[in-house]
Design a binder for this molecule. Structure first.
Ligand code: ADP
Ligand code: ZN
Ligand code: ZN
Length: 740
C-alpha cells in the first residue's frame, strides 16, 4: 500500500503531497490522519509527515515510511485541509494545532511523555514479613508506617515518616518492599477549591433559550444560535444546563472563553457544578506537560467538558455534542499568527460536520454575528433582564474639555472624585479602567519635536516608573530614560500621556487613605498571579482596583458599586473600521462590572467626545440602537459585514525585494480579481512600517471574499512564491484584528 503524505515544513513550496510505501509491520496501524516519520531530501534526517490518502500504487519510485508517531482522525485531516485553503497556509501548520501537545519534537529526549512517579508497596503480605529480619528501629518504623500508608512516594516517606531513602532501598534489596512506577496526571485543577454550585431554576427567557438549543441537541442537528443577553442576564447558567444535557447523552462539550486564566470565577462555577474530574482546561498559561495530560484525558473520554481559549476548539473530543463560545465578540477568537484562523468559523464547520448546535453568547455581539442573526443565518435568543434582579448601573458622562477649562488638570474629574470619596467612606469598592499600561505613553523633545522610538520598531517608547526604564510594547526592547534630546541636545524632554502606573500614583495622592491594587501585564507575572490580584481585591476589601482591559472580563464582584473609565477616547481614535464597535463593547462590558448584586451601581465615563454615538449608546446601554447606526455606516463605507478587507502583508529585512514582490503581487491580483468586483489598492508601507527590525509593506483589497476568490488568492500566492522569494514573508489575512 502507498500513502500520500504531506511533509511538515514551513516552506510554502512544500505544501505538496509525496508518495511513500507503507511497510508490512505498519499496515494495520496506520491510516489517513497518521503522523509518521519519513526519510526526506538528503536522507540524513527523518521528517514528520501526515498521511492524507491511502492508495494501492504509485507512479513514482517510493521510499518507505520509517515510523508511526500518532493517529489523528480523518476528520481532523479534512479540517486541516479546509483551513489551509481558507487561511492561506500549509496543511501541516494547521495539523499542528490538532496533535497532542508536546509530541511534536523530532528528538525523543525533548518530548513530553507521560509523567510517572515511584510508589512504594509491600512485595509480600505484611503478615508474612519476618519481623526479626528487620535491622534497627528505622526499618521497623518504615514497615509500620507502610502498613497504614501503602503506596506512598519516597519523598512522602522522607517528609512524613522522617525515614531516609536509604532505608527504603535496603528493604527493596531484601525483597520485602517493591517500587512501582505509575503514571500520574498533571492536572491544572488539583489545587482549586471546589465550591458547590447549585443548579438554578431558569427564568422564562432562560428557559426559552435553553429549550431551543436542547431541541437541536436532542435531534442531533446543526443549528447556530446567538445568545444575546445583557451582562448578568444568566447566560452562564444556560450554558451550564446545556452542558448537563449533553453529558446526559454521554457526549462532550467544548466551551471557549476569551482567556480562561483571566476568568477564574467562570471556571469555579463549572467546577462547582460538574467537579474537577469531568473538566479539562486548555490555555496558554499551562505547562506543556499539563497540556499534554489534559489532551490525553480528553482523548480517553475521561474529561467530557473542555474549557479553554481559542485553540481548545481543536481538542480531541471523541463524541462532541455541543460547542459554546462565550463573549463571542472578543477579538482573541481570531488568531493573529499563522494559521490565521477564526475559532468561530472553525466551530461552525465542526458543528455542521457533527450535526450539533453551536451557541455564541454575548452582551455586545460582534456586528457581523448580529447581522447574520437578523438575516436568519443564525437563531437569535434574547435575555433582556438581569437574572438576579439587580439593576443595570446608572451611567454618567463627563466632558473632559470642561474639566480642563475649569482648571482641573488631574486625570480624575470632579464628579468621579466625589463618587470615589463617597464610595470609600461607605466601604464599597471602585474599579478604574484605563487602557494603557506604563507611566507615560510617549516622550518628546519640546524644542525639536523629536519623539523617542524603539530602535527595532517604528513605535513610541513607554516610560515605566517602577523599573525606571523606557520599554517597547511590541518587541520588549528596553533602555534607560533620557534627559537630553538625542537629536538637538536640548534638555526639554517631556513625558506625556498617561498609563496605569501614573494613574495609580495620582490616586495615592488624591486618596492617601485608600488602598489600591493594580492589574495589567506588568503586575501579572507569575503563574496565577491575576487570580491572586482578583482574590485580594475581593477578600481583602481593597478600595480601588486599577487596570487595563483585563479588569473588563466577566468578573463578578458583589461590592463593586462604582466603575470609572478614565479616558474613553483611546479606542475611538484608532485607525480601524471597528473603532466604534470596540468602544461600545468595552464601555458596556466595563459598566457591567458595577452593581451586580443588591447594591446599585454607577459608572462614570470620562471623554473628550461626549456626543459620539458609541459613547451615547453605551450610556443608555442600548445595543440595538448602536447596531442600527453602525451597520448603516458600514454599509455606506463598504466595510464588513458587507465587504471583506483583504490584507496582504509583506515583511522582511530586504526592502528592495519587498517592493518588487508587492508590486508583482499587485499586478497579478488586479488581473485575476477584476471580474469579482474587488478593489485592489497600491502597495505601500504599513502604518507601523518596522517591527523587530523587519520592514513591513502591504496591499489592501476590498470586496466580497467568496470561495472562488479564495481559490484565486491561493493561486496568486503560489505564483508569487514561485518567483524565487528569498527574504520576504507574505501573509494574507481577511478582516484582520489589527490593521496596523
Ligand atoms: P451572564 O453570564 O449573562 O453575565 P450570569 O450567568 O453570570 O450572567 O448570572 C448573573 C447572576 O445571576 C449570577 O450571580 C447567577 O448566579 C444569577 N442567576 C443566573 N440565573 C439565575 C436564575 N435563573 N435564578 C436566579 N439567579 C440566577
Ligand atoms: Zn530635540
Ligand atoms: Zn520594539
Amino acid at each position: 500500500m502507498i500513502a500520500e503524505i504531506i511533509i511538515d515544513s514551513k516552506a510554502k513550496k512544500l505544501n505538496r503531497k509525496f508518495d511513500y510505501q507503507i511497510p508490512k509491520n505498519l499496515e494495520d496501524l496506520v491510516d489517513v490522519g497518521s503522523r509518521v516519520l519519513v526519510p526526506f531530501g538528503n536522507f540524513k534526517t527523518l521528517e514528520q509527515g501526515y498521511i492524507i490518502k491511502i492508495k494501492p500504487n504509485s507512479e513514482y519510485e517510493v521510499k518507505e515510511i520509517a515510523g508511526l508517531e500518532e493517529n489523528l482522525s480523518e476528520d481532523k485531516i479534512n479540517l486541516a485541509r479546509m483551513m489551509a485553503r481558507k487561511y492561506f497556509c500549509n496543511v501541516s501548520e494547521c495539523i499542528k494545532l490538532m496533535i497532542t501537545p508536546g509530541m511534536r519534537s523530532k528528538s525523543k529526549e525533548a518530548r513530553i511523555t507521560d509523567k510517572t512517579i515511584n510508589f512504594v508497596y509491600f512485595n509480600q503480605p505484611y503478615e508474612e514479613i519476618e519481623k526479626n529480619k528487620l535491622k534497627g528501629e528505622k526499618q521497623k518504623k518504615l514497615i509500620e508506617f507502610l502498613k497504614q500508608n501503602e503506596g506512598v512516594t519516597i519523598p512522602e516517606i522522607e517528609k512524613i515518616a522522617e525515614i531516609s531513602r536509604a532505608t527504603v532501598n535496603s528493604l527493596v534489596k531484601k525483597g520485602i518492599l517493591k517500587i512501582v512506577n505509575q503514571k500520574i496526571e498533571r492536572n491544572p485543577l488539583v489545587h482549586k477549591k471546589v465550591h458547590n454550585n447549585q443548579k438554578l431554576p431558569l427564568n422564562e427567557e432562560q428557559k426559552e433559550a435553553f429549550q431551543k438549543v436542547e431541541q437541536a441537541i436532542e435531534q442531533n442537528r446543526f443549528e447556530e444560535f446567538l445568545l444575546y443577553g445583557i451582562t448578568g442576564s444568566g447566560k452562564t447558567e444556560v450554558y451550564l444546563q446545556l452542558i448537563e444535557k449533553t453529558l446526559q447523552k454521554n457526549k462532550s462539550s467544548i466551551v471557549l472563553v476569551p482567556e480562561i486564566s483571566l476568568t477564574p470565577q467562570m471556571l469555579d462555577r463549572f467546577i462547582g457544578r460538574f467537579g474537577k474530574e469531568e473538566i479539562a482546561v486548555l490555555h496558554s498559561k499551562l505547562s506543556l506537560g499539563e497540556r499534554h495530560d489534559e489532551w490525553e484525558r480528553i482523548k480517553a473520554g475521561n474529561a467530557k467538558i473542555v474549557i479553554g481559549a481559542r485553540s481548545a476548539i481543536f481538542a480531541p473530543c471523541e463524541d462532541l455534542g455541543l460547542i459554546i463560545i462565550d463573549e463571542e465578540h472578543d477579538s482573541s477568537y481570531k488568531s493573529e499568527a499563522t494559521p490565521k484562523y477564526s475559532a468561530k468559523e472553525v466551530a461552525n464547520y465542526l458543528a455542521k460536520e457533527k450535526n450539533i448546535p453551536l451557541v455564541l453568547g454575548s452582551a455586545t455581539p460582534d456586528l457581523g454575528t448580529f447581522y447574520r442573526a437578523s438575516h436568519q443565518a443564525c437563531t437569535l435568543l434574547k435575555l433582556t433582564k438581569r437574572a438576579n434582579h439587580s439593576h443595570l448601573p446608572k451611567v454618567e458622562i463627563v466632558d473632559l474639555k470642561y474639566e480642563l477649562a475649569a482648571g482641573n488638570k488631574s486625570m480624575i474629574s470632579h464628579l468621579l472624585y466625589q463618587e470615589m470619596e463617597k464610595n470609600r467612606k461607605e466601604k464599597k469598592q471602585t474599579i478604574l479602567f484605563l487602557n494603557r499600561r506604563g507611566y507615560s505613553t510617549f516622550i518628546m523633545c519640546r524644542d525639536c519635536g523629536h519623539t523617542l522610538k524603539c530602535p527595532n520598531c517604528n513605535i513610541s517608547l513607554t516610560y515605566h516608573i517602577s523599573q525606571n526604564l523606557l520599554k517597547c510594547h511590541y518587541c520588549g526592547h528596553t533602555e534607560k530614560p533620557v534627559t537630553i534630546c538625542p537629536v538637538c541636545k536640548s534638555s526639554k524632554i517631556r513625558y506625556f500621556g498617561t498609563g496605569t502606573q501614573k494613574l495609580e500614583q495620582e490616586i495615592h495622592k488624591l486618596f492617601p487613605e485608600a488602598s489600591t491594587i493594580r492589574m495589567d501585564i506588568d503586575t501579572i507575572t507569575k503563574k496565577n498571579s491575576h487570580e491572586e490580584i482578583l482574590r485580594k481585591f475581593k477578600e481583602e476589601n481593597i478600595d480601588i482596583l486599577i487596570g487595563t482591559q483585563m479588569v473588563v472580563k466577566g468578573h463578578h464582584f458583589p461590592k463593586v458599586t462604582l466603575v470609572g473609565v478614565i479616558a474613553a477616547d483611546g479606542s475611538l481614535n484608532q485607525d480601524d473600521y471597528r473603532a466604534n464597535e470596540r468602544t461600545f463593547q468595552i464601555l458596556t462590558q466595563v459598566a457591567g462590572r458595577a452593581g451586580r448584586e443588591n447594591l446599585p451601581g454607577k459608572v462614570i465615563i470620562q471623554t473628550y467626545n461626549p456626543t459620539s454615538f458609541p459613547i451615547q449608546y453605551a450610556k443608555t446601554q442600548d445595543y440595538d440602537k448602536f447596531y442600527q447606526t453602525e451597520i448603516e455606516l458600514r454599509k455606506q463605507l463598504k466595510y464588513p459585514p458587507f465587504y471583506d478587507i483583504i490584507l496582504i502583508g509583506f515583511s522582511g529585512e530586504m526592502e528592495k525585494e519587498i517592493q518588487n514582490i508587492s508590486h508583482y503581487m499587485f499586478e497579478i491580483l488586479k488581473q485575476n480579481l477584476q471580474k469579482y468586483d474587488i478593489n485592489v489598492f497600491q502597495p505601500m508601507p504599513a502604518p507601523i512600517d518596522k517591527i523587530q527590525n523587519k520592514i513591513r509593506w502591504r496591499i489592501i483589497a476590498k470586496g466580497k471574499v467568496t470561495p472562488d476568490v479564495t481559490i484565486i488568492l491561493n493561486k496568486c500566492l503560489q505564483n508569487v512564491y514561485a518567483k524565487n522569494v528569498k527574504h520576504t514573508q507574505i501573509s494574507i489575512d481577511i478582516n484582520p484584528n489589527n490593521m496596523m
